[in-house]
Design a protein around this ligand. Structure first.
Ligand code: GLA
Length: 329
């Protein structure tokens, strides 16, 4: 092609050629990954696997610790200003759902909720927002069944045993887990009146520790405790509180959920009451959500609206091997 010689026309044509070449290549893809508790191993692993997806597929990942509503909203503004096209989020408060969706729509950003499903009007799950979470009820039931089996194995009776369920009912996926554990224990014949809930103010180790200390002062005189909770932190906090009240590994059994936040506990030389955990797939939650977002942006391939992942029991016996198989260790 012969480019005309007048300088402004020439400049204009060259610029147009450069811009159309860039357009053909497509804008670089940038995806945000916001998590509610960046200090927890579970969320660090989600980030690690999302980073791996970014490397494999060739996009930029922006990791943001969004611990409250204000941080979420300003993070969305920053992502939009920085040229991102979408984000994956585990929200610090599920009731922020409608606000997050409105803000994302306004900024033309796609959203995938991970772990904690958004709640909309009347506290109902926002089923139209793409979500990847766990099969919470089923995984909770596995916890309950494991506790019932361990109680039997140890020869404890319902007369000398109580259940401590560390609850955080504000978050649906957490409530479904503890409800599932309680349902399985009851189905195994454990008396309802010996199942006690310890409600956390915050869903972390200190929150569980405080809640269980309160329960233990109210229910003194128990010989054995079975412990379930929404995740590893809940059960770890409970185990620490029980130890503080003189309950050692031979008098309690705790089973967590996540399997990622209890690794140092399972590695301890001294046996503790933390028996095991339902290991979830941090890889599916981190890699797969980032990958789904990438293809949604790049090829317009919409992800499934609702995906659920499963869990597998890890104990001191098998955790090294299972973690290795899953690429965590
Ligand atoms: C919630 C919990 C996390 C983890 C995820 C798994 O967000 O707070 O600890 O269990 O669910 O989806």
């Amino acid at each position: 092609m012969k480019i005309p010689s007048t300088p402004p026309v020439r400049l204009f044509i060259v610029l147009a050629l450069v811009l159309s070449a860039l357009g053909a290549l497509g804008a670089p893809i940038k995806i945000g990954f916001l998590v509610k508790q960046p200090e927890e191993p579970w969320f660090q692993l989600e980030w690690k696997f999302a980073d791996k997806a970014a490397k494999d597929l060739g996009f930029t990942l922006v990791k943001i610790g969004a611990t409250d509503g204000e941080k979420v909203l300003s993070a969305i503004d920053n992502l939009a200003a920085g040229g991102a096209q979408g984000f994956v989020i585990c929200t610090p408060d599920t009731r922020l759902g409608p606000g997050i969706v409105a803000k994302a729509n306004g900024a033309n950003l796609k959203v995938i909720a991970v772990d904690d499903q958004f709640l909309g009007a009347g506290g109902k799950p926002m089923a139209k927002v793409h979500y990847l979470g766990i099969s919470a009820g089923k995984i909770g039931e596995e916890v309950g069944k494991t506790l019932a089996a361990e109680m039997k194995k140890r020869g404890w009776t319902a007369a000398d045993t109580a259940v401590c369920a560390v609850t955080f009912e504000e978050v649906a996926t957490i409530k479904e887990r503890t409800d599932g554990a309680i349902a399985a224990l009851t189905a195994a014949g454990f008396p309802k009146e010996k199942i006690f809930k310890a409600a956390e103010r915050t869903n972390d180790i200190p929150g569980a520790f405080d809640a269980v200390n309160v329960l233990l002062t109210q229910k003194s005189g128990m010989k054995h405790w079975l412990v379930c909770g929404g995740n590893d932190s809940a059960v770890l906090g409970a185990v620490r509180a029980l130890e503080g009240s003189g309950f050692a590994a031979d008098s309690c059994v705790g089973v967590g959920i996540n399997g990622t936040d209890c690794i140092t506990e399972l590695e301890k030389a001294k046996l503790t009451s933390f028996y095991g955990s339902m290991l979830l797939s941090a890889k599916a939650h981190g890699y797969q959500t980032a990958e789904m977002m990438f293809h949604w942006i790049k090829d317009g391939k919409e992800p499934p609206l609702d995906s659920r992942t499963v869990g597998v029991l890890i104990t001191r016996e098998n955790f090294q091997q299972v973690l290795k198989d899953q690429g965590i260790r």
